[in-house]
Design a protein around this ligand. Structure first.
Ligand SMILES: C[S@@+](CC[C@H](N)C(=O)[O-])C[C@H]1O[C@@H](n2cnc3c(N)ncnc32)[C@H](O)[C@@H]1O
Length: 278
């Protein structure tokens, strides 16, 4: 079967060989006991969004995730954000992601921290989800819509697979008032797969899809603080062994510097939102 060009481009952007082995080797180098490894130990390399594990815990609180709820993590990557509510709250989580290597590595890392019975990985496209209507109590997503052009299809699918009365929680990078953005950034080297909507456009689209807004907050200022801390560590040569550089490769430094510049200059903003599916 022919692989769609978008799928290949996303896999080329994120996929790297043997990611689980590289992350586990870094954890060992950091002095972690691999037999007693926890989701928090992996988080600096597997929570691939601004604010990391802290932002994930905050979104779980905002979304009022409860033990036993079935959660869909849209574009859930290596499963860092899924392991947090699965481990801390007791949810069962399905991770849907378009990057095959992330699904493979995410499964291995999840088994390593003993959460394989609560988290499943599915390789697939968020604009055509392989799930029945109403399969989940909640969907959430961190930094995944930037690579998705057809955002109407994305939110239509989220709406379809969440049960009536369920929720959507998101933390997304959106277009700021200044254009264009400086590349490369952590989600693209090639602008051909970068699709940012403005907060106004995204908010209107979510409402038009049928979601009812419960919370909407601009967290750009805190996001900038997160990047400044990391850039300072990079300058001091004090990067911890387990970190996002393991995913991003050699252009990690320029990507982080551009991300901070884009935030500073109002080229990108970061929004947290929670919605109900009536
Ligand atoms: C910046 S990463 C964020 C990963 C994860 N949400 C996290 O916070 O750790 C963006 C993710 O979106 C995924 N993605 C991009 N387009 C997608 C699509 N159409 N369907 C599903 N996943 C997609 C990528 O494969 C990647 O894992």
């Amino acid at each position: 079967m022919e692989i769609p060009a978008h799928t290949s481009a996303v896999n080329a952007q994120y996929g790297r060989d043997d990611l689980a082995a590289a992350i586990l080797a870094a954890a060992r180098a950091a002095g972690k006991d691999l037999e007693g490894l926890t989701p928090a130990d992996l988080a600096p390399a597997t929570e691939f969004h601004i604010g990391g594990r802290e932002a994930t815990l905050e979104l779980a609180r905002l979304a009022a995730l409860r033990p036993g709820e079935r959660v869909l993590d849209v574009g859930g990557g290596l499963g860092g954000p899924a392991r947090t509510p699965a481990g801390e709250v007791g949810c069962t989580v399905t991770v849907l992601d378009l990057t095959e290597e992330y699904c493979r590595a995410g499964e291995a890392l999840t088994a390593r921290v003993g959460l394989a019975d609560r988290i499943a990985f599915r390789h697939g496209d968020a604009t055509t989800m392989p799930f029945a209507d109403g399969s989940f109590d909640a969907a959430w997503t961190h930094h995944s819509s930037m690579n998705i052009d057809d955002k109407a299809a994305l939110y239509r699918e989220v709406y379809r697979v969440v049960r009536p009365g369920g929720r959507l929680a998101l933390q997304e990078i959106m277009a700021g008032p200044a254009r264009p953005i400086h590349f490369p950034v952590p989600w693209v080297r090639d602008p051909a797969i970068s699709f940012l909507g403005s907060p106004e456009e995204m908010r209107a689209l979510l409402a038009a899809t049928g979601f009812r807004e419960l919370a909407w907050a601009d967290v750009t200022a805190a996001s900038l603080g997160f990047f400044r801390e990391r850039l300072a560590a990079l300058d001091r040569g004090a990067l911890p062994p387990v970190g996002l550089h393991l995913l991003l490769g050699d252009d990690f430094g320029p990507m982080f510097a551009n991300q901070a510049r884009n935030l500073e200059e109002g080229r990108i903003v970061v929004i947290q939102g929670v919605f109900a599916r009536p």
